[in-house]
Design a protein around this ligand. Sequence first.
Ligand code: HEM
Length: 187
Amino acid sequence: MRTGTSLKIAAVTLSLLCAGALAQQGTGTGTPPPAGGQRGAPPAQGQGAPPQREGGREGRGGRGMGMDFEGGMKLAGRGYKALKDSPFDASSRARDLEALQGIEQGLIASKAQAANLPMSPKAKEKFGTDAAAYQTALRKDLNAAVMAALMTEQAVLEGKSADAKAAFAKLGKDQESGHSLFQKDEG
Ligand code: HEM
């Protein structure tokens, strides 16, 4: 029952996040991702990279929220950094909520571009040519991180400091395991 409730919360919040991320790119709490740049550019076609979804980096059609995978991660990273030393109590509530919103929106923006993320060497080892299994694992791990961020937010909203800390620690684990398998520069 608890899991069912959590998933319902996640489903409702995710739809709100999609709309919110668009707003956050303007004024709001987030800094818009860089307009260009080498690292954020999509992999070139014909170099083993998967084909770009229609709309490419800018994600026309709304799904990419104007960010590529890395741009979404950068947004999540800013929120995560802001929370590292948070006491998760009444004194930090407003900052916590703002930072969590950034994490959630960043992760969702990255997930919208998951189909464009080339396999890391470790992912290649694990999934070989099974692109469907790779995409499933990637999306599941991103979902787990989004849910941990939502659970952190839920605890903050309820004023449950210890629960917020525990959920944020889980988010840290999700980040570590996600990066260890899917980030190409990870050792
Ligand atoms: C709290 C959760 C997370 C945070 C705060 C976070 C943050 C970041 C940051 C700051 C970067 C570096 C961006 C840059 O190049 O400057 C990054 C990259 C990346 N993250 Fe995450 N991440 C999180 C969770 C995850 C999860 C769960 C996955 C996968 C399931 C993931 C996959 C990746 C990948 C693949 C990259 C490399 C992207 C690229 O270079 O194109 N991350 N992340």
